[in-house]
Unconditional design. Structure first.
Length: 169
């Protein structure tokens, strides 16, 4: 990513998209913390080995675990993570629609991010969405050299017990 800042208007459009992401029970237990100052972004990079890019901004998606428990959900409910994922995916799509580069990060120290951002007790940082302007040259892709299609990921019908063949395909 380049060092060019992301305009606040675009950040707000991305946050608005997240607010409309599918959400279990319409409870809206995510809390979004926007970081767009260089000093805090540098510290976040130090505690986030998965943040390979140098974003101009990042949105930290937190779960308000205390509020989830008030609703009667277990603090470890898988639904909370699914809601983080739908919010993140919606932000990534919104960023793309605005012509921005973006990427999710899940490899970070939750305790360190909580401390750096002075998060309230009961908020758990679950994902970082990095945002910025894509650089003209990009690093080589990791993994296969061809684009993955839905056909590479999809099986039709019931899987056989050894999962190497598919019944009914």
């Amino acid at each position: 990513m380049t060092g060019e800042p992301v305009p606040r208007e675009q950040l707000e459009q991305i946050l608005d998209a997240a607010a409309h992401a599918p959400n279990a029970g319409n409870r809206r237990l995510q809390r979004l913390v926007v970081i767009d100052d260089d000093a805090t972004l540098r510290v976040l990079r130090m505690v986030s080995p998965g943040m390979l890019q140098h974003p101009a901004a990042a949105v930290v998606i937190c779960v308000d675990v205390a509020r989830a428990v008030e609703y009667g959900l277990p603090a470890t409910s898988h639904g909370l993570c699914i809601d983080v994922g739908t919010a993140a995916q919606t932000m990534l799509l919104a960023a793309h629609a605005l012509g921005l580069g973006s990427g999710p990060v899940t490899s970070f120290s939750k305790a360190a991010v909580s401390t750096v951002l002075n998060l309230p007790a009961g908020w758990s940082p679950e994902m970082l969405v990095c945002l910025g302007h894509a650089a003209a040259t990009q690093p080589a892709p990791v993994g296969p050299h061809r684009r993955t299609t839905w056909r590479d990921l999809t099986y039709w019908g019931r899987l056989d017990s050894d999962a190497s063949t598919v019944a009914g395909s």
